[in-house]
Ligand binder design. Sequence first.
Ligand code: ADP
Ligand code: MG
Length: 699
Amino acid sequence: MSATLNWPELNAPVRYLKGIGPARAEVLGRVGVVSILDLLYYFPRTYQDRTQFRLISTLRDGEMATILGSIRRISETRPRRGLHLLKVLISDGKGQIEAVWFNQPYLKKQFTPGADLILSGRVSRRFGPIQLTAPDWELVDEDNDSLHSGRIVPIYPLTTGLTQRALRRKMKEIVDQIAPQVPEFLPTYLVVTQGLLPLPIALRQIHFPDLQDGLEKARKRFLFEELFLLQLGFARRWKERKSQKGISFRTEGDLVQRFLSELPFILTDGQQQSLQEIEQDMHSSRPMNRLLQGEVGSGKTVLAAYAMLVAVQNGYQAALMAPTEILAGQHYLVLQQLFRNLPIQLALLTAGRKGAQRVRLRQDLEDGSIQILIGTHALLEEGVNFRRLGLVVIDEQHKFGVMQRKILKEKAENPDVLVLTATPIPRSLALTLYGDFDLSTIRGLPANRQPITTYLVSSERKTEVYQFIRREVQTGRQVYIVCPRIESKEGEDEKGEAAAATKLKEELQQDVFPEFHLGLLHGRMTTTDKDQVMADFKDNQIQILVSTTVIEVGIDVANATLIAILDADRFGLAQLHQLRGRVGRGCYKSYCVLMANPKSEEAMQRLDVMVRSNDGFVISSEDLKIRGPGEFFGTLQHGAFQLRFADLFDPTTYAVLDQCRQIAFDLAQRSPSEWRQFPLLEKMLQRRFPFGAQRVEVS
Ligand code: ADP
Ligand code: MG
C-alpha cells in the first residue's frame, strides 16, 4: 500500500484486511462496518481508566470504579416472576464485592469460579453487601498484555460473535497499521486555524488514548468534523436551491394593502419582523424556503394568509397543506373570514370530498379559477393539478415528511415554500435540525392576551372541575373537554377513543350539564359532521365540546377559555402544550386543567413543566431534557443522521455548531474550481450524509 491510502483503498471491504476472514467480516457487517474506513470509524462507546485498579475496600457509595478481582461464587435467584438475578462475588484479596445483573441469565456461562475479571460500574453500598449493578465486565485471559490494562482502555459496542478483547486486539493492529496512512480530508486551513488533531492522530487517540488529554483532543476533532459535515450538507442544499430560478413576486399592491388595512388588529413587532423576512424572500427571484416558528397563538396564520395574497396578486395560485381534516377545515373558515371583503376564490379539498363535487373542484383548480386551495394530504394526490402554483404553505412541519413536501413542490416549478411550526425550538437546535431552511421566529404574543393559568388536579376532584366548567359557561364562555388518549398495540386507537368520547359526551349531557349544549368531535366522524360541529362551536351553539386529540392543532375559537384534559399524564409535553393553546386566544382570562394521577416520575415532571411554564421554547427544551434526544427526535436518530459527539444539552456543542455553520456556508459559496481542491471532503460528506442530510426530519 502507498504512504497515504486513496479512496478506493479506504473503501475496500474489511475482509481484505489481514486476519479478517469471511466469518468476522459478516459479524462486522451486522454492526454496519463494511469498509476499512467504517472500521476505523467504529469508535469505542466508552473508556475505562485502567492505569490503576481501585481496591474494593476503598470504594464509596455512588462512585464509578474499575476493579480487578477473581470470581469466588456465582449464584442465581428468581425473587419473583419475570425477575432473574445473577450474582457474582469477586475478591481482590483485601475485599469482596458482588456484581449483579438483572434478567441476563445467559451471562452465567461466561463466568467460572477462579477466573479473573475486570469490572467497571457504579458502586452501591446502601443495601446489604457492597455491589456493582450491571457493570461492564471483561474476563482476563493469558493475553493480559499492556493493551487491556495499565492504560485508558476502549470499550467497543459489541454484537453476538464479537468479544471485547478480540475486537480490541484487532483494532489495535489496524489502527497501528492503517491510521497513519489515512489522508486528512478537512481543508488544511481548518485543521490549523481550529487547532484540530489531524485525522491519523485523532483516529489513534480516539481508539487508544495516551492520556485523558489525548482523548479530549480527539473528541474535539470529531465533534467538529461531525457538525461541519452536517452543516456543509445543509449549506450545499441551501446553495443549490438559491441557484435555482424562482418567482419574483411583487409585494406591493391593492390586494395586500386592503388586507392589512382591514385587519381588526395591528401586527405585533414579532409578526412585522417575520413578515418583512417573508416579503424579502418572495420578492427575491430565488425560491423561498422558510420556516416560520412561533408560539401557539402568536399569529402565524395571518402571515401565511398575507403570503398567499401576495402570490394571488401576482397571478399565481397558493396552496396550504394541513395535517388533519379538522385543521384544514379550520384554516378554511379562518381564511374565509380574513378574506371576506376581498375578491378571492378559496376552496377546501379533503379526502372526504367525493364525486361530482371533487371533479368540479379539480377542474376549477386546473383552469385557475380557484386561487387558494386548502387541504390535507389529499392535495398530494394524482389528478390534483394547479394551473400556476406559486406558493406552498405547509402547516405543522413535524407531521410531514420530506417526501410529501417534495411531491407538493413537484406540482409546480420552484414555488416558494413557507413552513409553519408551533413547536418552537431554540435557534441553535433549529439549525441542527432544519439547517437548510431560513428561519423566522415570531417572538411574543399579541398584547391582548392574558397568560393561561394551568392547574394540576387529581382525577377524583371531577366534581369541582365540573363546577368550574359550569361557571365559565354561565359567564358566556366556552369549554373543551379532552378525552384520554387510548393506545393499542398498533399505536393510537382512534376507534377506541371515538367510542370513549361518545360515551363521555352522553353521560355529561345527561347527568352533569343537562342545561347546556354539548358537542362531540372525533377522528371517525364524517367531514360534513366535523365541519358542522366546528361551525356550531364557533357560533357558540355548542358550549362544551367533548373531543379527542383531533383538536390538537390550530383550532381557533377566541371565546373558549377553559380546556380540561382528562388523564393528562397519557399525553406528551408537546401535545399538552398544543392542546392548551386552544384557549387564551382572545381577550378573556383562560385556564387549563390537567386531570391526572401520574404514575411515573417522568409523567409527574411533564405535568409539572406544564404548570410552571407557558413558553413553548421552555417546554420544548424541557421535553428534550426529560425524554432525551433519541426519543425527542424520533426517527432522526436513526440511520444517516446520527450525531455521536454532539451533546444537545452542552453549550460547547452550540458554539462549535455556530462556527461550523459559518465556515460551511462560506465554503459552499466558493467556486467549483476551488472545491476541486478538496475531493475527499466531498466524498466524506456523501458517506456521512448520503442524502445530503435529507434525513434530518422530525416526522
Ligand atoms: P397561530 O397560527 O400562531 O397559532 P393564529 O394566527 O391562529 O395563531 O392567531 C391566533 C389568534 O390571534 C387569531 O384569532 C388571530 O386572528 C389573532 N391574532 C393574530 N395576530 C394578532 C394581533 N397582532 N393582535 C391581536 N390578535 C391577533
Ligand atoms: Mg421568491
